[in-house]
Design a protein around this ligand. Structure first.
Ligand code: UD1
Ligand code: UDP
Length: 359
């Protein structure tokens, strides 16, 4: 295949996961140039997903690493711009709402390169979250906005965005559908702390807001330990470090372990009695897999999961009091809901079609 390449940018764990199918679908039509910003760099947050999901080595690895928002975004912006100036891509595709998304998107539009935003139109309406700012800024300058749901697409139309809006469905659903047969039974996962068949909750927590104060993290751990079933927490390195500092790494029925691979994680979500999370991706995977979910946030941009009864929000400030009763109520409730709100799992093809239509 010849002609200018299509650049696909990513940099964090969930973006590598989503890029796995996007790269493949786009490569059927154009030469693809892949750019990993290096926002996530630990093996367990980056390379592991390349290996499991068959993602080829990136053409460019920007090595931005960890830093304050301004510094991280600036490094992504300047280094991505250098790559785009050299490669002259026909368009740049960015995914989600991270600092990597923002930096690559700005680099593209400043160079007048058409920019495609995958996961457009999501709104939590929480101005305090860096991600809400990132996604709004990227949506406002994108040439093509690929929305994961009808509601996200309607939101973009309501906002009269400059770019063309396409309701493509959620690419995370494509990845889950393709890989579900490879999901691992939790008891087969190395280091799994429970016996085969033992009932458990799976928890993930990684938001900056949670680790910002010792009090909030201590209260959260207390709330998890007070639940009526064992809780397995594959901890993001930031949370792991904060827990270690407070001496909160072990005790009671809360089992903290290293981050899981994708096959291990979707297996754990599928088999868990309940999911407790602040992750966007994990909320939807619980929803698709029919596992009850409690989200430790005051709002979510994945409104449909709450409206359909799959997901219940608990505010982080109220977790010490509200988490226990909410989990007990959800465990005792019926767990069935319609899971078609984010498309049929064919988003990669629809995104590719939408990009082709833009040319
Ligand atoms: C980032 C995104 C968030 C996304 C998440 C996906 C932003 C503002 N946040 O959050 O939207 O949901 O990725 O997982 O872009 N660290 C390591 N090793 C790594 C990466 C990070 O130890 O490989 C530690 C560092 O101490 C770092 C901290 O984790 O300062 C936070 O990393 P960062 O990428 O800034 O934010 P995330 O919480 O991972
Ligand atoms: N995930 C994983 N191992 C873990 C935790 C999460 O493979 O230990 C996967 C999860 O199944 C989902 C994605 O990572 O596909 C979600 O990423 P994360 O929670 O880091 O970010 P968010 O979705 O909130 O942006």
């Amino acid at each position: 295949m010849s002609g200018a390449p299509l650049a696909i940018c990513y940099g964090t764990r969930p973006q590598v996961i989503k890029a796995s199918m996007l790269i493949e679908a786009c490569a059927t039509r154009w030469p693809v140039l892949t750019v990993d910003t290096g926002q996530h760099y630990d093996y367990a947050l980056n390379q592991l997903f390349y290996e499991q999901l068959g993602v080829r080595k990136p053409d460019h690895f920007l090595e931005v690493g960890s830093a304050a928002h301004a510094v991280q975004t600036a490094h992504v912006l300047t280094r991505a711009a250098e790559v785009f100036e050299g490669a002259k891509p026909r368009a740049v595709v960015v995914i989600g709402d991270t600092n990597s998304t923002l930096g690559c998107a700005l680099a593209a539009v400043q160079l007048r390169i058409p920019m495609v935003h995958v996961e457009a139109g999501l709104r939590s309406n929480d101005r305090a979250m860096a991600e809400e700012i990132n996604r709004r800024v990227v949506d406002s300058v994108a040439d093509l906005l690929c929305a994961p749901s009808a509601a996200a697409s309607a939101q973009l139309e309501l906002e009269h965005q400059w770019g063309v809006v396409a309701n493509t469905g959620d690419i995370a659903h494509d990845v889950l559908r393709r890989n579900l047969a490879k999901a691992m039974a939790p008891a087969d996962v190395e280091g799994w702390p429970l016996a085969r068949g033992e009932k458990f909750a799976i928890a993930t927590l990684h938001r900056a807001e949670l680790t910002a104060s010792a009090e909030s993290l201590t209260a959260m751990v207390g709330a998890l330990r007070g639940l009526p079933l064992p809780v397995v927490l594959p901890a993001h390195p930031r949370v792991r470090a904060a827990l270690a500092k407070l001496g909160l790494e072990s005790g009671g029925m809360l089992h903290i372990m290293s981050p899981l691979g994708y096959f291990e994680m979707i297996g754990a979500i599928r088999e868990a009695a309940i999911v407790i999370t602040d992750s966007g991706g994990v909320q939807r995977e619980a929803y698709w897999l029919g596992t009850k979910c409690v989200t430790i946030r005051t709002e979510t941009e994945w409104h449909e999961t709450v409206a359909l009864g799959a997901n219940t929000l608990v505010s982080p400030e109220r977790a010490a009091v509200d988490l226990g009763p909410t989990v007990e109520k959800r465990l005792a409730s019926e767990g069935k809901w319609d899971n078609g709100a984010y498309g049929a799992g064919d988003a990669a093809v629809k995104i590719t079609d939408a990009i082709a239509a833009m040319e």
